[in-house]
Ligand binder design. Structure first.
Ligand SMILES: Cc1cc2nc3c(=O)[nH]c(=O)nc-3n(C[C@H](O)[C@H](O)[C@H](O)COP(=O)(O)OP(=O)(O)OC[C@H]3O[C@@H](n4cnc5c(N)ncnc54)[C@H](O)[C@@H]3O)c2cc1C
Length: 472
């Protein structure tokens, strides 16, 4: 018997891969979820006029992880529900930042790099010369913040106006704390090995490998051929976890909702006792934990305080999400993905997504304002009400986008500790945690956004690799 803890995307994908590898034929599977919802942070609120995505909304099709998700989507029969945003769609081309009281379009074609685009004071091509001129720092660096790295290689403006807002958009974090390996591992290795990014790029160009197209499904091939930038799912992203849940249920996985695991007791290398909130026990041979690292820390604390301490050292941030719907027949926004606010602007909002441009079948203008993140406590403290967040969101929508009317409907959520922060040293920390588990032969696998990547593709891929590590 095996148990999966958590029915977010990590837990559901773990069930999917266990079933695909036919492991359930020899093993009874349980999926234990604390709430009465499948999908974790993925929640779509649908009406006949609009969809409010309360968590994630788009998925990237690129890289091994991205193609792997598309393979899974096709296998689940969801190909027809995919809404691709191709490279020439306004939501792919038009991404803005809000700096010094103005919205600025980020460069989106090769000619732009030779021009001076505000708020940058020089053409972006200068960043390349900066990298070529700059020496590698003395001694070997094992890790660094992504801000330090980008400032050193490409200059302060690129760090402030390009990378810092991008980090806010991806993990609501502070680029001055996030590890360079989170997004730029290869570029960092090029710096360390060859003395610069461009120098490393030149050497690697001839070594570039093609991905193995034979392993791709029709959907993944289509995404490559049509150059999708991102995609979403018609009717809301929640369709994916719901379909996964149904697939698991049809294949005899015992899904137990409203079951919060309170303690994990390791009996020996192939026996674990799981105790839930009602004091009931479930004995299994292996546990796949997909709950956030801080939750798992509480569960193992009693027997393994050192493991708990290391798990707890992975920080998380809180994000306020305010969805707004304006029914006006004329669009109130320009066609674009939305805009991000660099931390240097010192604003309570991280950015605004123009959902009516990225998500199909919206009748009117739909926006999502993201607030707080790494700076949530500084702006809102512990006790901020949803009304307070709504007010801040509306003030910014009014002053930045000049939308003066009240939304016809809205939805506010405070997603407490929702996104892990891969700060400098994160990858060493995860290695140490896994080594502890391996050394003590504990029958537990770690999956989910706390360890091997924070995005949807990463979480699905981590489920695949951990299942295959265990059984294949
Ligand atoms: C606001 C926001 C926007 C995002 N946007 C994007 C995006 O556009 N694109 C993208 O790729 N990614 C995005 N992400 C990231 C993406 O949502 C996550 O990577 C993914 O949902 C994480 O899934 P998970 O299964 O690891 O964790 P979770 O979704 O946190 O699931 C964990 C589950 O475990 C359950 N649980 C916790 N403790 C226990 C316990 N003791 N017992 C039993 N169950 C328990 C929880 O209730 C939950 O259901 C976004 C995230 C957020 C928060």
């Amino acid at each position: 018997m095996a148990a999966i803890l958590g029915a977010g995307l990590g837990g559901l994908s773990t069930g999917y891969y266990l079933l695909k590898h036919n492991i359930s034929s020899s093993l009874k599977l349980f999926l234990l979820e604390a709430t009465n919802n499948c999908g974790g942070w993925i929640k779509s609120l649908k009406t006949k006029d609009y969809v409010f995505e309360q968590g994630p909304r788009t998925i990237r099709p690129k890289g091994i992880n991205g193609l792997n998700t598309l393979n899974m989507i096709q296998d689940l029969g969801l190909s027809e529900h995919i809404f691709p945003i191709r490279h020439d769609h306004p939501a792919a081309k038009n991404r803005m930042i809000f700096v010094k009281n103005h919205l600025h379009m980020l460069p989106n074609n090769v000619y732009d790099i030779f021009r001076t685009n505000e708020p940058f004071s020089k053409p972006l091509i200068n960043a390349i010369f900066h990298d070529l001129k700059q020496q590698k720092p003395h001694g070997d660096l094992h890790d660094d913040s992504i801000y330090n790295f980008v400032e050193r290689r490409f200059g302060k403006e690129i760090a402030d106006y390009a990378i810092s807002p991008m980090i806010c958009g991806i993990c609501a974090g502070d680029a001055k704390e996030i590890s360079v390996k989170f997004l730029m591992r290869t570029l960092f290795e090029w710096e360390q090995t060859y003395g610069g990014v461009i120098k490393g790029l030149m050497r690697s160009i001839f070594k570039a490998k093609q991905s193995d197209v034979s392993q791709l499904t029709e959907l993944a091939k289509k995404a490559q051929e049509e150059k999708w930038n991102v995609y979403t799912i018609k009717g809301g992203l929640e369709t994916l976890p719901i379909t996964l849940r149904d697939f698991l249920a049809e294949n005899s996985v015992d899904i137990q909702m409203n079951t919060r695991v309170k303690e994990i007791e390791f009996v020996d290398s192939s026996l674990v006792n799981l105790v839930n909130q009602n004091g009931e026990s479930l004995k299994v041979n292996h546990v796949y934990s997909t709950v956030p690292a801080y939750s798992l820390a509480d569960l193992v604390e009693k027997q393994h305080p050192e493991l708990a301490k290391n798990l707890r050292s992975i920080p998380f941030v809180t994000v306020g999400v305010v969805n707004l719907y304006f029914p006006s027949s004329t669009s109130l926004i320009q066609p674009a993905f939305g805009f991000l606010v660099p931390p240097i602007e010192n604003s309570p909002i991280l950015g605004v997504v123009f959902d009516s441009c990225c998500i199909p079948d919206q009748k009117g203008t739909v926006l999502t304002v993201m607030l707080g993140g790494r700076w949530y406590n500084r702006w809102f403290g512990d006790g901020a009400t949803k009304d307070a967040l709504l007010d801040v969101a509306l003030q910014h929508v009014s002053s930045i986008l000049h939308i003066k009317e009240r939304p016809a409907s809205y939805n506010v959520n405070i997603l407490k500790n929702c996104i892990p922060q891969y700060v400098v040293g994160h990858y060493d920390k995860v290695e140490k945690i896994r080594k502890y588990i391996q050394d003590l032969n504990l029958p537990i696998s770690l999956i989910g956004c706390s360890y091997d990547g924070v995005g949807i593709n990463d979480v699905i891929y981590s489920a695949k690799t951990q299942v295959e590590h265990e059984y294949v």
